[in-house]
Design a binder for this molecule. Structure first.
Ligand SMILES: Nc1nc2c(ncn2[C@@H]2O[C@H](COP(=O)(O)OP(=O)(O)OP(=O)(O)O)[C@@H](O)[C@H]2O)c(=O)[nH]1
Ligand SMILES: [Mg+2]
Length: 373
């Protein structure tokens, strides 16, 4: 912008002059009264007017800026229209299905609240979600009043028993007082085979069966003495067999009994040579039933591996020990469900002969609901 100063007599003159000289580009910026010498000592008052004259570029850039502003406003208008359209379309579209999968037991959709509480208890006890769901479905019936699956009975205990009975099988060993039965316990080391044999021999003795024990664990230091101390206390005959042939002889010696329990040395499920050796002992033994003994304190994957490897011996049921030492008895249900092997006995302490029970849906439901038999 250029600045010019002019002297005029009045503001009116200044306005007219400015317009004539510079046109619309000029504006009066300020005025002030000044004295001018006219002749010798005479002076007159004049109005000094400061005029601002805009450059062409100023106009151009001003014009350009305005133009840009208008373009920007137009763009904003278009964007707003688009946004309004999108919002309208969203409103018209049917509500989209949520992608988040429904948590299995946190929805009221399928099960009643108390049914879901039961599922939560099972899961907290270590039962796998899918297995818990299966058991729950069988513990429930459809209640038309609430339009949901609800527990079949008033209390969760009875309902759970029903659910368990549909999914887990039990093996009640039908020992007879007229025919000789033989039960061998096999399994990994230290799971409680010997202790359980002593408990079993006594339990059936008190039920009127004539019981005896044969141990194949002759080489481990103290193994025979351990069993001897139990059976002599219980007045039960004990034999030691260190070869398959000797085993047959021992069975012959005890053939007048009703039940013979065979204790085996613990061996790793991954030691195929020792498993074969054991198989050699047990094959062709008449009326033989083999039970896999596993501890509930063992990792479930190891229990499943044991079931697979000892399965080659022809196991027919599972005995779960050391229930007193776990807070996750759900592994019993998981293992039995996955292997399809029935459960025969449960042990829950070191005391011989007391801490053992025949597996029932009652004691399983108790363990799962109350954590104790
Ligand atoms: N807490 C608890 N301990 C048990 C139970 N059953 C056995 N035990 C203990 O587990 C330990 C091992 O028991 P054993 O009967 O010797 O085990 P095993 O399977 O015969 O062992 P190996 O012959 O070495 O393979 C002992 O200290 C037993 O008292 C049970 O139900 N609960
Ligand atoms: Mg033993």
């Amino acid at each position: 912008m250029k600045i010019k100063k002019i002297l005029v007599d009045s503001l009116q003159e200044a306005i007219e002059l400015t317009k004539t000289m510079y046109g619309d580009k000029a504006t009066i910026m300020s005025t002030k009264v000044v004295k001018t010498k006219k002749w010798l000592f005479f002076s007159t008052n004049k109005l000094e007017v400061t005029i601002g004259i805009a450059d062409d570029e100023d106009f151009q850039s001003h014009f350009n800026k305005e133009k840009e502003l208008y373009t920007e406003i137009e763009q904003i208008k278009t964007t707003l229209k688009d946004v309004v359209n999108v919002v309208k379309n969203v409103k018209q579209e049917p509500p989209q299905q949520t992608q988040t999968p429904k948590p299995q037991y946190q929805s009221n959709d399928d099960f009643s609240l108390r049914a879901m509480n039961l599922a939560t208890k099972l899961i907290n006890m270590g039962v796998e979600q899918d297995i818990a769901k299966k058991i729950l479905e069988d513990s429930c019936g459809f209640d038309i009043n609430i339009n949901r699956l609800d527990l079949k009975y008033e209390d969760d205990y009875e309902s759970l028993k029903e659910g368990l009975s549909k999914n887990i099988s039990l093996k009640a060993l039908d020992f007879s007082k007229s025919i000789l039965s033989i039960l061998a316990l096999v399994g990994p080391t230290g799971v409680g085979k010997t202790t359980t044999i002593a408990k079993l021999a006594y339990m059936y003795k008190t039920q009127g069966f004539k019981t005896g024990v044969i141990t194949l664990d002759s080489y481990r230091t103290g193994a025979v003495q351990q069993l001897q101390s139990y059976v002599s206390l219980l007045e039960i005959p004990l034999r030691v067999a260190d070869t398959p042939q000797k085993l047959r002889e021992c069975i012959g010696e005890l053939s007048s009994l009703d039940i013979i329990f065979i204790d085996t040395a613990g061996r790793s499920q991954y030691d195929s040579i020792r498993l074969k050796e054991l198989k050699h002992y047990l094959e062709n033994v008449p009326s033989l039933e083999i039970a896999l003994t596993v501890s509930t304190t063992t990792d479930e994957r190891i229990i499943l591996d044991s079931a697979k490897k000892f399965g080659e011996l022809g196991i027919k049921s599972m005995i779960f020990t050391k229930l007193d030492e776990t807070v996750y008895p759900g592994c019993i249900v998981n293992a039995s469900f996955k292997t399809n092997l029935p459960i025969s006995f449960l042990t829950f302490g070191q005391k011989v002969p007391n801490d053992i029970e025949v597996a029932t849906y009652d004691n399983l439901a108790n363990i799962l609901l109350r954590g104790t038999i």
